[in-house]
Write a protein that binds this ligand. Structure first.
Ligand SMILES: Cc1cc2nc3c(=O)[nH]c(=O)nc-3n(C[C@H](O)[C@H](O)[C@H](O)COP(=O)(O)OP(=O)(O)OC[C@H]3O[C@@H](n4cnc5c(N)ncnc54)[C@H](O)[C@@H]3O)c2cc1C
Length: 476
């Protein structure tokens, strides 16, 4: 007897939607389910914010330039796709980064992790902190654990345990660089639960980092070292992952297909998907893999309470400015991965990666590729004033040139604006996400995935897409 064919639609062709569609395809085959999958993408390309461009021997990342290997889902997917051999780690010779302090780039002390030292020697010698600030940081060893379990902001946590200097001079720029957001409002539970665990388990962040370092040394003894570097990219850029998934999904992807809304088919079950050209598609299973504001708009008529909760997850905009120089035109030795800029320095930049130092092959010999990052509040302020690409380029160029002692004009620079692409996990985010989860349960054969819920990084988005796919298949 012929198996009944089912249909699945995934809305959004960023990494989340691609991972969801791929997992639907693979797992349907494993479960012997006949499934027709369609991935609907509004633009004329898949990948969303992941986008690599090759120009004159440079490999330019418009969006993300790497993913973290300690969260397993991205590297597991690369292994499954057969592209793990194309992964590259960061340059092992330059592990350090810089932080801007009073207009000077100072190295982050060796062993320092986001907010606290994991080694005393380099920390005590570092000019980033005053002696008073160092003393306050060390008090973390003696300050007792917080007893209540309410969420708190990252800023409150760092100030409580390690003091204002640790927050303003290093934690804020590091965390701001990752989340493009204001650490005063960022939920610790949703963004850095590991620090909360450290406090609970060891009563001190410094103690926890020292224990972690000792364990890592013991584990690495007698082994040939970690298989993967902490941050990974691909020899040809992040696009490798997107292109491989797109190849595996050949025949399933529909580009230039903007989804306006969806409707529940009350009588027969299943869903209708409405495209902006008036076309209606029918499906049994549906996964929305979009940023929360777009998801909220699509769900306005289906579930107003769910749409309202999704709209409560704010997003910010950011821009990357890739700039190519001749090496001889840069005075700074570029002996690190890049730098971050505290808000207190009042610049337009929030950071800059030395891309061609961080990863091999990003620029031809004798040339350098830098990737400046403008984002969060500064960017929103600028965006409100209708910032053009030229404005962003000159803002980034001015700061980067001043800080790195660059006298000459660049060979080229490329501005990439990412409007409302970064979810902000505010204090109470996890509670909001669990309420969203409860409302989703009321919608049959329906799943949400993306960077709005359980992590903004690429591994989290892949995990979210894969989980949504498995949940949908379980409903058949
Ligand atoms: C500048 C920048 C740098 C980053 N750097 C890193 C990094 O180095 N490492 C890391 O791990 N993470 C990084 N992130 C975070 C990570 O890249 C993103 O969270 C992740 O890629 C989001 O993927 P997504 O598929 O959920 O969303 P998106 O990439 O936003 O994709 C959503 C897709 O849906 C489409 N779409 C929108 N509306 C509709 C509609 N109505 N109908 C149909 N299609 C629609 C869009 O065109 C888009 O293709 C970065 C993010 C940004 C913005």
């Amino acid at each position: 007897m012929a198996r009944e064919q089912k249909r699945a639609i995934v809305i959004g062709g960023g990494i989340t939607g691609l991972a969801a569609a791929y997992r639907l395809k693979r797992e349907a085959k494993n479960r012997d389910i006949s499934l027709e999958i369609t991935l609907l993408e509004a633009s004329d390309r898949v990948g969303g914010v992941i986008h690599t461009e090759h120009r004159d021997g440079f490999i330019i990342e418009h969006g993300p330039d790497a993913f973290i290997s300690t969260k397993p889902w991205a590297k597991a997917l690369c292994e499954e796709l057969g592209i793990a051999d194309k992964l590259i780690g960061t340059n092992p010779k330059v592990r350090r980064s810089f932080v801007l302090r009073k207009g000077k780039l100072l190295p982050v002390p060796e062993g320092f992790y986001m907010m606290a030292p994991g080694a005393f020697g380099p920390f005590l010698k570092s000019p980033i902190f005053s002696w008073r600030g160092k003393f306050r940081i060390a008090l973390d060893l003696f300050i007792s654990r917080r007893s209540d379990i309410d969420d708190e902001s990252v800023a409150d946590f760092v100030r409580r345990r390690l003091g204002t200097e640790a927050f303003e001079r290093i934690a804020q720029p590091m965390i701001g660089g990752i989340y493009t957001s204001d650490a005063e409002n960022l939920s610790l539970k949703a963004t850095f639960p590991r620090f909360l665990e450290m406090e609970r388990e060891h009563g001190s962040i410094i103690k926890a980092l020292l224990v972690q370092k000792r364990k890592a040394t013991q584990t690495s003894r007698g082994t040939s070292g970690a298989r993967y570097s902490l941050f990974l990219s691909f020899a040809d850029g992040m696009q490798t992952l997107v292109d491989t998934l797109a190849e595996k999904l050949a025949g399933c992807i529909r580009l230039c297909s903007y989804v306006n809304g969806i409707e529940k088919k009350e009588d027969e079950g299943g869903w209708r998907v409405c495209l902006d050209d008036g076309e209606m598609l029918e499906t049994d299973l549906i996964c929305i893999a979009l940023p929360a504001p777009q998801t909220s708009r699509i769900l306005t008529n289906v579930s107003p309470p769910l749409a309202k909760k999704l709209a409560a997850i704010p997003y910010t905009s950011s821009a990357t400015v890739n700039i190519a120089f001749r090496q001889v035109d840069i005075q700074h030795p570029l002996n690190g991965m890049g730098f971050v800029v505290p808000i207190t320095e009042q610049l337009n930049l929030i950071g800059c990666s030395f891309s061609s130092v961080k990863f091999e092959n990003r620029a031809p010999t004798k040339y350098v590729l830098l990737r400046a990052f403008v984002g969060g509040n500064t960017f929103e302020g600028n965006a409100n004033r209708n910032t053009t690409q030229i404005d962003l380029e000159s803002l980034a160029l001015k700061d980067v040139s001043n800080l790195l002692g660059i006298k000459d004009r660049p060979l080229f620079s490329i501005v990439s604006q990412h409007s409302q692409a970064m979810a902000q996990y505010l204090v109470g985010h996890q509670k909001l996400v669990s309420e969203i989860g409860e409302l989703v349960k009321d919608l049959p054969s329906f799943a949400l995935a993306g960077n709005a819920y359980h992590g903004i990084g690429i591994p989290d988005c892949i995990h979210s897409g894969e989980r949504a796919a498995l949940t949908l298949l379980d409903t058949i």
